[in-house]
Design a protein around this ligand. Structure first.
Ligand code: COA
Length: 330
């Protein structure tokens, strides 16, 4: 990417459904315990959208917040990453753009499982490099709580709903907030490991997914750091997709990233799919664990199979307005 055509993060926003489902609510109807869920996944609660809160609603809330904190506070294109759109057709993004008063801009969805946010960052960086837009909103949104069979104790506890968004603007590679090279990959031979033919019919081979997630995120992280010219010892903050705190602990160990440099919010949200990384960034920036100047490594793994990683030095953004109900013990 040439200087002057880099994609630079200049705003961030988040949206979580107000309804919180603590582990105790699940133990009342499933053969599980709070202790099992916390110790095997790190999850204490998740936010779940009721029937009156759609994927489009959550995406529009997060995108509006990102625009409000953005400098400039406008977008010339919109990309929505989601595996759980409200409808098969049309896509979510044009409706979100219209709700933001941006009817007419290029707007499309992409699906890449829990790696969707990183794929969308790459797409946005491409739109900027191609001179299609100077500012691009990227939204990660999912309602993954709709996917498991409500009677399946092995998957219900893992997932939650949410959205988060970043605003990117055209800038220079040496600015804080500039995205480094974005590493992406996929492997369709693993398509059956995480699949949902319809809502309520999620199938997951948890143990195999666990192993592959650790391997793929560790490898992609090393590749992204190398491509950015970073030594892993230079990484101030690791921001991994939040699927299981044991997965992220293994990834951090493989990369040699100490516990005090790992970001995590899975206790309060569960796995929110494409929203996971931007929600984590918004949360961490708001509570002071992520500061301007921190060299930050993002990595994700998800259904497809898909994976990816990238780097950025965290920029000095307007204060993030956190959704209500996120102040849970971690
Ligand atoms: N409560 C109590 N017991 C449970 C349980 C629950 N909620 N869920 C599973 N168990 C049981 C299993 O039935 C199994 O019992 P068994 O030994 O009698 O057969 C036992 O716990 C161990 O199951 P296992 O699947 O080996 O547990 P695990 O330690 O691998 O943890 C996951 C299961 C799903 C939490 C873990 O594999 C995981 O997180 N995988 C990755 C998921 C993921 O990242 N998905 C999205 C990718 S983006």
């Amino acid at each position: 990417m040439t200087a002057g055509r880099a994609a630079v993060v200049c705003g961030i926003g988040a949206a979580l459904p107000p309804d919180v489902v603590p582990n105790a609510d699940l133990t009342a109807r499933l053969d599980t315990t709070d202790e099992w869920i916390r110790s095997r996944t790190g999850i204490a609660q998740r936010h779940v959208a009721g029937p009156d809160l759609s994927t489009t609603d959550l995406a529009a809330q997060a995108a509006a917040d990102a625009l409000a904190t953005g400098e400039p506070a406008t977008a010339q294109a919109l990309v929505v990453a989601t595996t759980t759109p409200d409808r098969c057709c049309p896509a979510t993004a044009p409706a979100v753009a219209t709700r933001l008063g941006l009817t007419g801009i290029p707007a499309h969805d992409l699906a890449a499982g829990c790696t969707g946010f990183l794929y969308a960052l790459a797409t946005a960086a491409g739109l900027i490099a191609a001179d299609t837009a100077r500012t691009v909103l990227v939204v990660g949104v999912d309602r993954l709580a709709t996917l498991p069979d409500p009677a399946d104790r092995t998957t219900v506890p893992l997932f939650g709903d949410g959205a988060a968004a970043v605003l990117l603007r055209r800038g220079s590679t040496d600015e804080a907030g500039a995205l480094g090279p974005i590493v992406l990959g996929s492997d369709g031979t693993g398509a059956e490991l995480i699949r949902a033919d319809r809502p309520g019919a999620l199938h997951m081979d948890g143990a195999d997914v666990f192993r592959q997630a650790v391997d793929r995120m560790s490898t992609a992280s090393r590749q992204a750091a190398t491509a950015a010219g970073w030594d892993l010892a230079d990484v101030d903050r690791l921001a991994p997709h939040q699927a299981n705190s044991r997965i992220t602990a293994f990834v951090a160990r493989q990369l040699g990233v100490a516990a005090d440099r790992q970001l995590g919010n899975i206790a309060e949200t569960g796995n929110t799919g494409a929203a996971s990384i931007p929600l984590l960034l918004a949360r961490s920036a708001a509570d002071g664990r992520l500061h301007p100047g921190h060299r930050t490594l993002l990595t994700a793994f998800g259904a497809g199979l898909t994976w990816g990683a990238t780097t950025l030095t965290w920029p000095d953004l307007c204060p993030v307005r956190l959704p209500e109900g996120t102040a849970h013990d971690r």
